[in-house]
Ligand binder design. Structure first.
Ligand code: UFG
Length: 341
């Protein structure tokens, strides 16, 4: 069975390819344009898994180029659509770039799904769709508040597009997975997050500061109405996110009466503050982190964490890693990167 992974050289995409190659007999076809990733990641995947797969350098905004991948592989059984821009502050600064990239590539993937009759789709959504909610933890039934950033809005719109597509094409099935904050690296330390420029996200910022690539971490806001004044997130190990994709696709393939478009939270269910994340890093690495508390960052929500019952019940999924495992694996990866591994 052939599975198309878009954004397969990216952070979550690459970990999902590893998970698929290690645990299934599915054939992987990856598409990426390396806008925020590197082709070298494929080499790492092959080293870890000792398996081969196909890959294409294609910008999914280019519908003709995208079609060619489907023409070359007319028997694809499922698509996992990761490819998207994902940095909240960058999306605030460049809204049109985000709408153009994230929406048009989704539309092109869906039109190919229809044209080439691919029955199953997994769409990468995000907890940022919830906005600033009043009640925590959030369930999939929690009403979505205003998207706090263009990035978050592309995911709200994206889910709606998938919904509208599935309603009129009811021989297709989809699952939108709302990721909370994916962090950490493969347990081998051989694959992890690879920001091409200064990272926006907390964990690579922490590890790059600790290793000396960056001078100091600024914690964005110490005056939020939370226990220690810093924002709360539900950090989830990227390999737990990856394993959920395999289960989700298996469900769609095996279970013909599965609801046409399911939306499922992927989080640990545990809220961790930025300061707690820093402390967890310091504990597992034995290093003191140089940080200051600075101003709030535009587009940030104050607190968000998941109710993950639906993922547990529908997919039979359970995250296995805690915040210390996440930090330790991310640290191992950062050290390996420094040693030019
Ligand atoms: N943070 C800092 N300093 C930094 C970077 C981040 O204090 O240098 C704080 C943020 O203010 C936030 C927390 O760390 O409170 C997490 O920030 P991230 O940028 O790592 O992640 P976000 O919560 O902004 O989440 C966004 C998207 C998610 C996506 C995630 C990873 O909303 O959908 O980025 O890409 F999964």
């Amino acid at each position: 069975m052939k599975i198309l992974i878009t954004g397969g050289a990216g952070y979550i995409g690459s970990h999902t390819i590893i998970e698929i190659l290690e645990n299934t007999d599915w054939e992987v076809i990856s598409v990426d344009n390396y806008a925020n990733s590197s082709e070298a990641t494929y080499k790492r995947i092959k080293e870890i898994t000792n398996k081969q797969f196909q890959y294409y350098n294609v910008d999914l905004k280019d519908v003709e180029a995208t079609k060619k991948v489907f023409e070359a592989n007319p028997d694809i059984s499922g698509i996992i659509h990761f490819a998207a821009f994902k940095a909240v502050p960058e999306s605030v600064a460049k809204p049109l770039t985000y709408y153009d990239n994230n929406i048009n590539s989704l539309i092109n993937i869906l039109s190919c799904q229809k044209e080439f009759n691919v029955p199953n789709l997994i769409f990468s959504s995000s907890c940022s769709v919830y906005g600033n909610v009043n009640e925590l933890p959030v369930t999939e039934e929690t009403l979505l508040e205003k998207a706090e950033s263009p990035y978050a809005y592309t995911k709200q719109i994206g889910e709606r597009i998938v919904d509208d597509f599935i309603i009129v094409n009811n021989n297709y099935k989809a699952i939108s997975l709302r990721y909370f904050n994916p962090v950490g690296a493969h347990k081998s330390g051989l694959n992890g997050e690879l920001p091409l420029t200064t990272p926006n996200n907390l964990v690579p910022y922490i590890t790059q500061t600790a290793i000396g690539k960056l001078k100091q971490l600024t914690i964005f806001g110490g005056d939020y109405p939370t226990a220690d004044g810093t924002c709360i997130r539900d950090y989830i190990h990227v390999s737990d996110i990856a394993s959920a994709h395999v289960l989700a696709l298996q469900k769609l393939i095996e279970n013909k009466d599965f609801q046409n478009h399911n939306i499922i939270n992927l989080g640990t269910g545990k809220g961790v503050s930025v300061l707690e994340a820093v402390k967890a890093f310091e504990k597992v690495s034995g290093k003191k982190l140089n940080y200051v508390i600075g101003k709030r960052r535009e587009g940030d929500v104050q607190a968000i964490y998941a109710n993950n019952q639906k993922a547990q019940q529908l997919l039979g999924w359970k995250p296995i890693y805690n915040i210390e495992d996440m930090m330790l694996s991310a640290w191992k990866w950062e050290q390996n990167l420094q040693n030019n591994l």
